[in-house]
Design a protein around this ligand. Structure first.
Ligand SMILES: C[S@@+](CC[C@H](N)C(=O)[O-])C[C@H]1O[C@@H](n2cnc3c(N)ncnc32)[C@H](O)[C@@H]1O
Length: 375
């Protein structure tokens, strides 16, 4: 195992160090100064923009307010105008990455039991335990990451209502959440091919495996590469009383054998993730999409169907063309049986201040029903 990363700082004559944690995979900042309630937002913003991190020693709630003040300053930065949707996408991601770097410079100390040794700090032990696991020693993480962990903990507690399940799915930290549920409705609606076995490839929270089981598919084998997703899916299937019908397998794409139905909802945008948490949204070079298509014919039982769930946002952003997608079906020996479409209902689709609004306003999510050529 590699040594845990350490964060070092100096305080006058004294030096200090602590274990560094970042689920986003950010390396420990090289320059760190101690900061407390006396620091102004302008001074803090200057430091953060220069790449100097602020290790907070003051009141926790003041650190929260300072982070909001930093966010307001970061959001005031003028944006470059884009000539094309593709350029708008790249500029948007660049700006997001820059904003994340700047806001990630405000750091909070944690004790070995995940408690925060600062005035007016909330109890975040359970949220940290869920994302980080048990801690062996004191550590430092960014306040921005902590707020993400707290948000994830709230979602996990509350769950997301899935009408097709007449129940809730509880996403774990770092697992793709079905908050934009319209794609789930497609899987709930498409006519099931005859047969009693389905594979759910890249199951995430287990939501699509659960929908198939609820629809009466006798057995589902659901895979994922990410142990967090598998733990989350297990938890959800047990809560829904479907654990006996769904087998969870850690695998790269397909399990062994053939099934009557293959379902896959790969990340929709072919781009490089900028942190491990983005792996469910961005699929570098469309690797998972291609892997699913290329392996489908060899895993389909006679008369079976492969259901690909995919939005056309990447097409509107100029990152993949419809022709390329159709050519990929053909190369994989698949033909289109039918396509079911649905338009997103989420508020961003109508938010005109979103830099990607032009593309998002045209977005359609599809379930492609594919069959092996000749079958
Ligand atoms: C967009 S999420 C979809 C999750 C879930 N099926 C849903 O519809 O909500 C894609 C999932 O595929 C998983 N994944 C990515 N590459 C994979 C691979 N090569 N094999 C198995 N799972 C993979 C990710 O961990 C993630 O959980």
């Amino acid at each position: 195992m590699s040594e845990p990363a350490l964060l070092h700082w100096t305080d006058g004559e004294q030096t200090g160090s602590a274990r560094w944690r970042s689920e986003a995979g950010v390396p420990p900042p090289k320059r760190v100064v101690l900061a407390d309630d006396r620091m102004t937002a302008d001074a803090a913003y200057r430091h953060a923009c220069e790449g100097t991190a602020l290790l907070w020693r003051g009141d926790f709630q003041n650190a929260r307010q300072l982070l909001q003040a930093l966010a307001r300053r970061a959001d005031r930065k003028p944006r470059k105008a884009a000539a094309t949707p593709t350029e708008a996408f790249h500029l948007h991601r660049q700006a997001q990455a820059q904003r994340a770097r700047t806001l990630g410079m405000l750091l909070i100390p944690f004790d070995a039991d995940h408690s925060i040794p600062l005035r007016r700090a909330p109890d975040v032990q359970q949220a940290c335990l869920e994302a980080y696991g048990p801690a062996q020693e004191a550590y430092v993480a960014s306040l921005r990451e902590l707020l993400g962990l707290i948000g994830a903990h709230e979602w996990r507690k509350k769950g997301v209502e899935i009408p097709a399940l007449r129940g809730r799915i509880h996403p774990h930290y770092g697992v793709f959440s079905p908050v934009r549920g319209e794609y789930v409705d497609l899987v709930a609606r498409a006519p099931l091919p005859a047969g009693d076995l389905a594979f759910d490839i890249g199951t995430g929270t287990g939501v699509l495996a659960a929908v198939l089981a609820r629809r009466g598919v006798a057995r589902v084998v659901a895979t994922d590469q990410d142990p967090r997703a598998l733990a989350c899916a297990r938890d959800n299937l047990e809560r829904l009383g479907l654990a006996a019908r769904v087998e969870l397998v850690q695998a790269d794409l397909f399990p062994d054998g053939r099934a009557h139905l293959l379902v896959c909802n790969p990340p929709w945008v072919p781009a490089r993730p900028s942190s491990p948490l983005e792996h469910a949204v961005y699929d570098p070079d469309g690797r998972m999409l291609r892997g699913f298509l290329d392996g489908a014919a060899a895993h389909l039982a006679p008369g079976g169907e492969a259901w690909l769930v995919l939005s056309d946002l990447a097409e509107h952003l100029g990152l993949r063309s419809r022709e390329e997608l159709l050519a990929a079906f053909e190369r994989a020996g698949l033909r289109v049986v039918a396509r079911l479409d649905i338009r997103p209902r989420h508020p961003r689709a109508t938010d005109t201040s979103d830099p990607l609004h032009a593309a998002r306003s045209k977005e359609v999510t599809s379930l492609w029903r594919l069959a092996a050529v000749g079958a």
